[in-house]
Design a protein around this ligand. Sequence first.
Ligand code: AHM
Ligand code: MG
Length: 320
Amino acid sequence: MANIKTLAEFITERQHEFTYATGELTQLLTSFRLAGKMVNREVNKAGLAEDILGAQGTENVQGEQQQKLDVYANDLFIRLLRSQGEVCAVASEENEEIVHFDNGGKYVVTMDPLDGSSNIDVNVSIGTIFSIYRRISEGQTATMEDFMQPGNKQVAAGYIIYGSSTMLVYTTGHGVNGFTLDPSIGTFCLSHPNMTTPEEGRIYSVNEGNYYDFSDGVRNYIDDCKKQKMSGRYIGSLVADFHRNLLKGGIYMYPATKKDPKGKLRLLYEANTLAMIVEQAGGIATDGKTRILDLKPTELHQRCPLYIGSKGMVEKAMKG
Ligand code: AHM
Ligand code: MG
């Protein structure tokens, strides 16, 4: 039998790659590891337990219906991060304002606790997206400045996909590694070491319902994908679309539309995280003009257009 390496072992083994105090990263990632398992448990019984399915009846800051599982996941991640002391504050897609812990912790976290949540009720993959930044402010309380750092300052970025199996994928800037949850032992095991994405791919992922709302350049690129008989694949869960394209080669696009001139996705909770991961795997991510990781955020819930995936495809899309 091949050697099995658990996520906990892997993090400990690789913590020397982390620029800051060893042990801190272990603590930070432990919260996500644990919360991921707990959310996974809830996601898997979503079809059975009526009280966790469906709408909560409240809206998040973007005016979208919050699902009960969104709220559960958000509360859980925040509770675990609060309890371990390294994180001073969290910015979540589900909270209008920064959630402060006022504990002098050296890191801040941004996250989308349950991405693609409109897919919960229909048994389609959903995910958690998270980023960790080193604080630039000092003292007990984090400041907005800590969250307005560009994505190139992330010290770690990762996602958890709750799909046909549950996986946690993360990077600390030294390559990307993926771990699959073995449900029989409740442990994430290294299944995808040193993940790289093909330079070219044959999958394009975009909500084509918005076709007539896109710019000429984007429409030209989509037409070209069709002429080349590429595969159109769009789940509507960013993590799932991204994960598939990362493994197989492809491009995911959420361009600006007339309705959403800045795009739909959020820079802090979605774009920056996946941009760091894709770059670490050899791909690229841009908003159409600027490398995602170089964008300077100006507000927490900032949106941006996103073109992300295989280098050759994203570059071609940019030429329109
Ligand atoms: P969410 O964070 O509210 O779930 O929204 C983000 C999701 C992405 O997962 C997905 O790629 C996109 O929104 C789908 O949007 P659309 O239905 O407009 O194509
Ligand atoms: Mg969400």
